[in-house]
Design a protein around this ligand. Structure first.
Ligand SMILES: C[S@@+](CC[C@H](N)C(=O)[O-])C[C@H]1O[C@@H](n2cnc3c(N)ncnc32)[C@H](O)[C@@H]1O
Length: 227
């Protein structure tokens, strides 16, 4: 079992369905889903919160995750929805039919994969006219002597205040529980993120016309309609 799989099996058991820095953006992401979408795919669905919202907008959702615990929890929370097909799978070894999906969404997952190869695979299985919806984390500029570094530090300070406030408002606590923080800290040791510049350069190259947006809570979105 890979360490990513192990980390997320552990995190699945700690998920309490509360507010997170990822689900904070669900409404925005759902607004990008094309009208009349029949087949949607979610990569790295976790406990299935976004898949369940997607299933209310589209005919069928296929949702995959590497972690069997994530999929077990996702299935147990989705028994009311007959149009989601959850599967334990590694996106790298999935053989989807080219051009099959009208919409592909992925949240906080692509940073676990080589970004270019993962995006190319998703682009291949998107049908022409279909929409790719990515939300993921980016690396801030750390050099405070550069204007971009100073700006990132200031935005990060604002993001911390907003994040703590929203967690308190929705979850009634300033920090996640101790065991959740410990699990994320352990997982974070092996995480790495692209910079906004790297994301924009790659998007220009392989998904020209994509809308890449920097969001406050350390995340970017990439929204692209396949020509
Ligand atoms: C940070 S979690 C995000 C989960 C969910 N999208 C959310 O927003 O709450 C990342 C998820 O990606 C999954 N994942 C990582 N690598 C994967 C891969 N190669 N194939 C499928 N899922 C993967 C992990 O198991 C984990 O559930």
């Amino acid at each position: 079992m890979s360490s990513i799989e192990k980390d997320f099996d552990r995190l699945a058991l700690l998920d309490d369905e509360g507010w997170t820095q990822n689900n904070n953006y669900h409404d925005f992401l759902l607004r990008q889903v094309p009208h009349g979408c029949v087949n949607a795919l979610e990569i790295g669905c976790g406990t299935g919160a976004f898949s369940r919202r997607l299933a209310q907008r589209v005919q069928h959702v296929k949702a995959i995750d590497l972690s069997s615990e994530m999929i077990r929890v996702a299935r147990s929370r989705s028994s009311q929805l007959a149009n989601i097909d959850f599967e334990v799978a590694d996106v790298r070894s999935c053989n989807f039919s080219a051009g099959h999906f009208d919409c592909i969404a992925t949240i906080a997952t692509l940073h676990h994969l080589p970004l270019r190869a993962a995006l190319l695979k998703l682009i291949d299985v998107l049908r022409p006219g279909g929409v790719l919806i990515v939300l993921d984390l980016f690396e801030s500029e750390h050099n405070l002597l550069k204007p971009s570094g100073a700006r990132d530090a200031m935005l990060s300070a604002v993001a911390s205040v907003v994040s703590v406030s929203l967690r308190f408002l929705y979850n009634g606590r300033l920090k996640p529980p101790r065991e959740v923080r410990a699990a994320w800290e352990e997982h974070g040791k092996s995480d790495s993120y692209p910079t906004m510049e790297q994301v924009r350069t790659l998007a220009t190259e392989i998904a020209p016309g994509a809308k890449v947006t920097r969001h406050l809570l350390w995340r970017y979105s990439l929204i692209w309609q396949k020509p």
